[in-house]
Ligand binder design. Sequence first.
Ligand code: MD3
Ligand code: FE
Length: 211
Amino acid sequence: RRTLAPGAVHVPDWLDLCRQRELVVACREWAMQGPGIRAASLPNGARMSARQVCLGWHWYPYRYSRTRDDQDGSPVTPFPDRLGDLGRAAVADAYLDPARGAAYRPDIALINHYAADARMGLHRDSDEKVLEPVVSLSLGAACVFRLGNTADRGRPWTDVELCSGDLLVFGDESRLAYHGVPRLLTDLDAPDIGLAHGRLNITLRVSGLDA
Ligand code: MD3
Ligand code: FE
């Protein structure tokens, strides 16, 4: 467990291989429940290179909707209880604060799949109406994760290698920090968890929107 910045905690190897495999299976099922995994289009027309499935609320740049407004308009898959439980355990372990963990009520899961050449540019997550922590779980290929500052996309930043099973929690002073994924590392070093290639990242969030 390592504090990267105030409110930003990295717990390497938080998920054992069995839980990693279970999550890969679950992500595959969630992805099959709707119109499929999508590359979101930004308002400038560019497509994101990571592909995404949303649970609880559908992220439609740059807002949340209960329907898949940029796909077939179908209702988003409900947020699964088991991810709520996982999020509470994550916050408790990252902050060494069982009470804070118990109070955490995520209602959004964004599942991103990165192929070998996918990236995520530096951005901040500011579409949620409350500044509760974001929980991130990494599966499959490792990546370089860049944690920037809260002022702009420039330096200072810190690069951290995220591996399969790692937990990151971002809250408090780090909740609005710029962050991104400059590159993936080789699949060849990833554990065998049933993911054919690339990297999966699950983020859990609290929308602050009415149920
Ligand atoms: C730092 N995902 O989905 S997860 C995203 O690996 C996103 O897929 C990246 O950025 C990924 O928005 C990074 C780690 C993460 C998530 C949310 C944060 C870091 C954060 C919010 C504030 C600060
Ligand atoms: Fe983000």
